[in-house]
Design a protein around this ligand. Structure first.
Ligand SMILES: [Zn+2]
Length: 406
């Protein structure tokens, strides 16, 4: 989820936008075979916000947003991490209550669609889901503010199936600094380090997307398991504090971690970012319009925000960003961090998607583009999902070891 209201701008494929996408027919036979024989994992989707209004059903093909079961099938999205998210300013017991409502909403979607979905908590369960022809649904908590500084709450989330926690969202929490807030803790506090240790013990991935550089390095030092950046792109290409520097990606990789490239145009394209920064009035106008249309309904803001942003692009007020920019970031991250340390973390239904990657049905185009760039089939499989599965397996191994009392 990008910072709500300030950056909201979202991914929608309205009927009109769908027409812009390359049709599935344009994918080569090799790319199609490779893509549909691979396990494709996406570690960050904000569709959960849409579950909350009670009307949205994941089983019905929708003409808005990016994620539903039919389109996940079209794009062979095999495992999806639904984000449990709320703004950083929501804290205390209210944050816990709202997180529990969202966890329940994800679990209910799985329960309603037993033929298509299965709740998964391990790499092996993702592979098993695949064998059964089902999509694995997983959960990640996006922001440490939701544990109310209580390791017991964290343990409860883990027991309910949460398998990563982003240490912060856009604002600092009580024990960790965010990349988009003024430093308050010099990275992780002592309690923040305890959170990382408990995540390791629980077998929940430590997610360093959104955190400040210092928080990242503190987590890297403390964590016994590889780290996950569930939805972060490359700062060398687009200078957003949310993106990772080359050095951070190298250091993440040296300890076995993986960076999952985010498709949000404001994190992919410096040109888009510069245009937004040069015209703050546009952002203000969009924010005001969103409140008018949606109040604080995040699911509504997601869809309307994208609609407005795409209008700005069509009107020439913001530059158009194409999905090939995702490939540029993947390629850069691979050159810097290595082929074993890069994956996909779309931010679908929570950010502003580039042209050509409006929804999950477009995912085979990533496989096609990587093959065209000269990537081997084995390397493409790693990026599509195998790297994430490897990190999950290692995190599970560290958890077993820590619990064995060795
Ligand atoms: Zn996010």
């Amino acid at each position: 989820m990008v910072r709500a209201l300030l950056l909201v701008a979202v991914c929608v494929s309205s009927a009109g936008l769908l027409g812009l996408a390359v049709s599935a027919d344009s994918i080569s036979e090799q790319a199609r075979k490779l893509h549909f024989s691979s396990i494709v994992v996406d570690t960050h989707d904000d569709t959960t916000q849409r579950f909350l209004d009670g009307k949205f059903d994941l089983g019905t093909r929708s003409s808005s947003g990016s994620i539903d079961i039919p389109r996940m099938r079209d794009g062979n999205l095999s495992a999806i991490f639904f984000s449990i998210w709320m703004p950083s300013k929501v804290t205390g017991s209210e944050a816990v209550n709202r997180a529990l409502v969202q966890i329940d909403a994800v679990r209910e979607q799985v329960r309603r669609h037993p033929k298509d979905l299965v709740l998964a908590t391990t790499a092996a369960e993702i592979r098993e889901a695949r064998k059964q022809g089902k999509i694995a649904a997983l959960m990640g908590v996006e922001g440490g503010h939701m544990i109310n500084s209580d390791l017991g709450v964290l343990r409860s989330y883990a027991a309910l199936g949460v398998r990563y926690m982003t240490l912060t969202h856009s604002g600092n929490d009580e024990w960790a600094d965010s990349s988009t807030d003024k430093p308050a803790h010099n990275g992780l506090t002592d309690f923040g380090k305890d959170v990382v240790r408990e995540l390791n013990r629980l077998g929940v991935m430590v997610d360093i997307s959104h955190v400040s550089d210092k928080t990242f390095y503190d987590a890297l030092e403390v964590s016994k398991a590889p780290l996950l950046a569930s939805h972060s792109s490359c700062r060398a290409i687009c200078n957003a504090a949310r993106n990772m520097t080359d050095q951070m990606m190298k250091d993440l990789a040296a300890k076995g971690g993986v960076v999952q490239i985010n498709y949000h145009v404001g994190f992919l394209s410096q040109e888009f970012r510069d245009a937004e920064n040069a015209n703050p009035e546009l952002d203000k106008a969009r924010s005001a319009e969103l409140v008018k249309r949606c109040g604080d309904n995040q699911g509504c803001q997601i869809l309307e925000g994208d609609r407005i942003t795409r209008e700005y692009v069509e009107q020439g007020k913001l530059p158009r960003v194409d999905f090939t920019k995702i490939i540029e970031h993947i390629d850069h991250a691979v050159k810097v961090a290595g082929i074993d340390h890069v994956g996909l973390g779309s931010d679908f239904d929570g950010a502003n998607m580039p042209y050509g990657m409006e929804d999950a049905a477009k995912l085979p185009k990533i496989t096609e583009a990587l093959l065209q760039k000269g990537y081997s089939e084995g390397d493409v499989k790693k990026i599509l999902g195998e790297n994430t599965l490897r990190v999950m397996t290692e995190v599970e191994g560290v958890s077993r070891e820590l619990n064995s009392g060795k």
